[in-house]
Ligand binder design. Structure first.
Ligand code: DAH
Length: 315
């Protein structure tokens, strides 16, 4: 019987033999039925034989099951020499990446992050920024006006007004968000990202401004030293106003940002005494900075969300 079981190689055959042995009319079943007629020794011997036989069936069943499993696995074996499909992992969009880098740097300098509404009222976008109705500087920005008199924020400078109104001075903040103007070419889109920095306290000077800008640019571009060029400029909300250029790799000067000392009228508009407090502000397009950092030729690509382009640009 033992050999018979060991020679069986399929579960079906094993099942047949099991039924022949333990089924209703099975050989062992019959013997067990007669057990009551046996003496003690014979009874004990039968019990032992029965237990061993059951064990044998169980062991063989496990062996056959394992063999079947192994055979299946052998057949299904993967060909690991094939090149796998390239992994399609998502990444952060270049704008998101530079946005968080910029925020991190400014926050490490002690600037607190603020946001504001993209549909802005006239006061925050223009008037409080020393650009009242009919001021010629309103023409510097080709604005999208809404029927209700509001405007799609043309500059994140609006956020500095909101921050001063809500938190007063001293204040060291940056505002960040989307801004809108009627523009469309390789370096300008109708929507672009802007950052506005503001630092107002009792002893803030133009040199504090330049120190922060220099430190910021060298951190962001990973340059040990940055060469800056300061040009006089005009913005209604700063006096004096400057434009900051940076010398780029090919010795080209790049216009990076506007800045200046906050105009006393702006402080007054926010209920701050300009004889006591003064400070600087700066503003720049963060998508332009991303373009430079990642060497991208057309700003509009950043907003098309074309995955093929993003991948070919290395993102
Ligand atoms: N708001 C200006 C613009 O959109 C940028 C700017 C220039 C912001 C000078 C400033 C500043 O805070 O001081 O063109």
């Amino acid at each position: 019987m033992q050999d018979k079981i060991k020679n069986i190689n399929t579960l079906e055959e094993l099942q047949v033999l099991y039924t022949e042995t333990y089924g209703k009319n099975g050989t062992m079943t019959a013997r067990l039925k007669e057990m009551k007629n046996l003496d003690n020794d014979a009874r004990a011997a039968l019990n032992t034989e029965n237990a061993a036989l059951r064990e044998l069936f169980k062991t063989r069943q496990t062996e056959i099951e394992n063999a079947v499993l192994m055979a299946g696995l052998q057949k299904q074996r993967l060909d690991t020499s094939l090149n796998p499909e390239p992994e399609n992992r998502g990444t952060l969009h270049p704008l998101t990446q530079s946005l968080s880098e910029i925020s991190e740097i400014l926050e490490s300098f002690g600037y607190k992050r603020y946001t504001g509404p993209e549909i802005e009222d006239d006061w925050h976008n223009f008037t409080a920024l020393n650009t009242p109705m009919h001021h010629p500087a309103r023409d510097m920005q080709d604005s999208f006006f809404l029927e209700n008199g509001k405007v799609l924020r043309t500059q994140t400078s609006a956020i500095q007004i909101r921050a001063m109104e809500s938190d007063g001075v001293p204040i060291k903040m940056f505002g960040i968000g989307s801004t809108y103007r009627k523009e469309w070419d390789a370096t300008h889109g109708p929507m672009f990202g802007q950052i506005e920095g503001l630092y107002i306290d009792k002893n803030i000077t133009m040199s504090s401004l330049l120190a922060d800008i220099r430190a910021f640019l060298s951190r962001f571009f990973g340059l040990e030293d940055v060469e800056l060029r300061i040009r006089p400029s005009y913005f209604p909300f700063t006096d004096p106003s400057i434009e900051v250029d940076m010398k780029w790799k090919n010795d080209k000067w790049l216009e990076l940002m506007g800045a200046g000392m906050v105009h006393p009228n702006v402080l007054r508009n926010c209920g701050i005494n300009p004889d006591e407090y003064q400070g600087f502000a700066f503003g720049f397009g963060w998508d332009r900075l991303a373009m430079l950092k990642y060497n991208l030729p057309d700003l509009r690509d950043l907003y098309n969300n074309d995955v093929r382009w993003l991948k070919s640009a290395g993102f």
